[in-house]
Design a protein around this ligand. Sequence first.
Ligand code: PLP
Length: 375
Amino acid sequence: MKKIKVAEPTLAGNERTYAMQCFDEGWISSNGRFISQFETAFASYNDVSHAISTNNGTTGLHLALLAMNLKPGQEVLIPTLTYIATANAVSYCGAIPVLVDCEPGTMNIDPRDLESKITSKTVGIIPVHLYGHPADMVSVMQIARKNNLWVVEDAAEAHGSTINGRKVGTFGDCAIFSFFGNKIVTTGEGGMITTNSDSIADRAKLLRSQGMDPQRRYWFPEIGFNYRMTNIQAAIGVAQLEQIESFLEKRRWIANHYDSGFSDLGEYLWVPIEKEGVKHSYWMYTINLLQSNEAGRDFVMQYLDLKGIETRPVFYPMHRMPPYFNNRISFQTADKWSTTGINLPTHANLDADDLDYVIENVKNALGELRKMSKN
Ligand SMILES: *Cc1c(COP(=O)(O)O)cnc(C)c1O
């Protein structure tokens, strides 16, 4: 039987060669030439003046928020539908994540719900480019400017996504990316902060290395962290970045293939949209079983699992998680997506046969589901 993973890394380039150079040259810790090479290449790819590497995306987000001077008790607006790291990084600062519902089509933070959540304690917004579709940065930035809020983009899932040709991560004050094993570009574990601000970059670099004074070695004027990336991670990252265009093309091809396979299921399925003027990175091709409920969704996932197809449920929204639980506010769109959404296999190692097999089995599973609901 076929075994199809929902995500897997593609390590067919210079990853092994560059990683071995770290061993041969004796630079395996967070010093070494690949760190600056990766940071420079990533900054250049994203059209920003600074890229600061970190040991993962979550620590990158923590540093970014500290660089924005986030203080205990302050409030930060985040979408309820996101990966937990977005909310946790706010909590690490002693601040409060205030949850916002998402847009029906893209699952991204809904600008219409954003402004009503602003209070006198609100200091910033973290839009998330969920599953690779850019958040509505034009509206988010308008609201931010009007209310004097900073913006940190969580672009962990959106390497290479654009809005009117401009890369995500360049709209806010700064942005973070993740290089976890299942992300579009991976270093195993890893992250990056990008910014055009010299002062944010300096602040992030200082706090990344225990708060050491850049002019005075082993002098620590304040409490910092060790959030550094290793040279081996960076070596893998350099090799991955060399291939990013082909990764993105492959993901676009996968999305098109799924789209045409599902084109006759319009009344049962929502497939990913790409808003006018934007480019989706298709980190995860996500379908929504429109006429189903959570049990039906779980049935479809189980059916696919028995056919050797791994899938993922769309993230549980933050308002359903114990640390951020809130049942006083209604988050209708996020609830719909999280109960009936499925991430289908999306990675650069898939071929047309794999995709046809997934499409056929999704259709069969939906057929079974319809039969069951008629009985
Ligand atoms: C992956 C991810 C992160 C950070 O993840 P790490 O695993 O710490 O690299 C942050 N936000 C979102 C939305 C993510 O998907």
